[in-house]
Every structure is written in C-alpha cells, then in structure tokens.
Design a protein around this ligand. Sequence first.
Ligand code: SF4
Ligand code: FES
Length: 216
Amino acid sequence: MKKVKITIDNKEIEAIEGANLLHTSRLNGFDIPGLCFHHRLTPTGACRLCVVKVEGMPGVVMSCTLTVKEGMKITAFDEELETARRHTLSYLLAEHNEEYDGTYYDEMMPLIERYGLASKGNRPIPAFWHNIPPVIDDTSPVLTYDSSKCIKCFRCIKACEEIQGKGVLSFAERGITKYIVAGYGKWGDSECDGCGECIQLCPTGAIVEKPNRERI
Ligand code: SF4
Ligand code: FES
C-alpha cells in the first residue's frame, strides 16, 4: 500500500494510492453526500450526489468512481457543487415515495434536512412518483420490495452478487419505471435464500424485512 499526498479543499492529506476517492474523503472528514456508494461494494456512479471537481479534469466528476492518485487536487465543497447536489437530491425525492414508518434507517432523511428540502415548497422539482405505477413484491417469506421507495442505486443487486455471491437480483424495464426483480419474476419463486444482505444495504427502505419473518 503506497501512501500519497492529495489535497481536498486546500487541506493536504495522506491517502492510499488506488483507494476510492469518496471513501477516502469521508474518512478524512469531508462528508460528501452519496447514496449509491457503499464501501463494501464496487462503485456504481448512479445517484450523482457525490460530485466533486478535480484539477485538470473538465466539469464535475463523481468521486465514488475515482481512485486516489498522487498530487490530486479536489474541490469537495463550493456553491456550484452544493447547488448541483441539492438539485439532484430534489430529483431523487420527486421520484421517491417518502412515507416512513420508522422501522428502518432511511439514508435520505439526513440529506433532506441538510439541503433544506424538508418542506415540499422548497423543492425545485415537484413530486411525480405517484404517477409511476408501483411494483410491490410481497412474495418472499422474509422481505417486501416496494418500487416507489427505490432510488435505483444498485446496492441490493451488488450486495447479492458481490458480498453473497448469488446474483439473484436485477432490474426489469428501463428509466423511471425500472424496478428490482429476483430471479425471473417473483421473489418467492427465486433462488433468494433470505440472507437479508439487500435489506441491510438498501438506503431507502425499498426492501424491508417482514415484521414476522417466516422461515424459508
Ligand atoms: S431496492 Fe434499495 S438497494 Fe435496491 S436499487 Fe432500490 S433503493 Fe437501491
Ligand atoms: S455515491 Fe457517487 S454517484 Fe452515488
């Protein structure tokens, strides 16, 4: 493991060459938002919340898709980046059912507060999630999936594939109507063995454990 020096918001830090830039930034106190990244999974670059500026690279880039290189100069926080993140979060909220029953940790909630989007009147993009027909899969004995709460972050798919080595989950359809399927259709008919890894890594409660988990 080679240590290198990089700069984030004018602060020089020592980092491991090749390490994930978003993870490294967070470990060093730069709380860059991001919902699709999880340090146990390969990065996806799906939510676009983790944008930063990197000297020598045009525009903004998703920090979760970059690795640390000697001499990198990063801007993690400025007005333009924060405005872009607020707009992106507002879009995610617009296509997302926020109903919350308090039984899981919703990673969006602290971001909603942080970006001043708790009041629906403050949101630049009006909600449209209720115009998308929801797909509810309640056929598993251990969990329920609700597409109206799904932000299409890929974390469940990757948790199943990369951590559990099963590869049971994938997306059906495209764009805003896409939703998670297990196997070729219903969760209850799939190879899912109810390990719960997807429940643990889902950031928004789109996959939740059933209150009285049945035995498989
Ligand atoms: S079910 Fe959860 S983890 Fe899977 S894509 Fe949707 S929001 Fe992400
Ligand atoms: S955390 Fe980087 S794009 Fe989602």
